[in-house]
Design a protein around this ligand. Structure first.
Ligand SMILES: [Fe+2]
Length: 159
């Protein structure tokens, strides 16, 4: 289930929202988008098969955003590259384009900087998030990472 936790500027827990609808409304108010796509069979598991499986959803996205690139990041517990990758992901940053993630499997936490602290958004299999250009954020998946996500970068159109 979707969960969104707000921490104040001192890092103290402030409030928690749960459920796709409540989380979606809260994030929309901040200019982000969040929702769920149905889980699909992924054929041979290749990126092409994933893109084919999610063709309808991706077409709808492409009607709103110009998708510049798509890749897939999958990290399982014990991955020797995770410590270095984690350090990169933990750095707060922004993008010139919108950042779109769709979680095919596993879970991870997106941290989003807001005026009065930061938000932690739990993303699980089936969840997608759009972080607009310029919004400060970082990502973590803990000591034992287990996630499989599509990463799409776009050029904003009419935002
Ligand atoms: Fe990012």
């Amino acid at each position: 289930m979707a969960a969104l936790v707000h921490f104040d500027a001192q890092g103290r827990w402030s409030r928690t929202l749960s459920g796709e609808a409540a989380v979606g409304v809260a994030l929309r108010g901040l200019g982000l988008s969040f929702g769920r796509w149905p889980r699909r069979e992924l054929g041979d598991g290749s990126l092409d098969a994933v893109l084919a499986a999610y063709g309808p959803e991706l077409d709808a996205l492409k009607a709103q955003l110009s998708i510049r690139s798509v890749d897939r990041v999958s990290v399982k517990p014990g991955n020797p590259d995770w410590p270095a990758l984690r350090q990169r992901f933990l750095g707060e940053h922004t993008h010139a384009d919108a950042e779109i993630r769709y979680f095919l499997g596993g879970s991870g936490l997106f941290y989003i900087r807001v005026a009065d602290g930061h938000l932690a958004l739990l993303c699980e299999a089936g969840d997608w998030i759009i972080v607009p250009a310029g919004v400060r954020h970082f990502f973590d998946a803990g000591e034992r990472p287990d996630f499989d996500a599509l990463r799409l970068f776009s050029i904003p159109q009419g935002w």
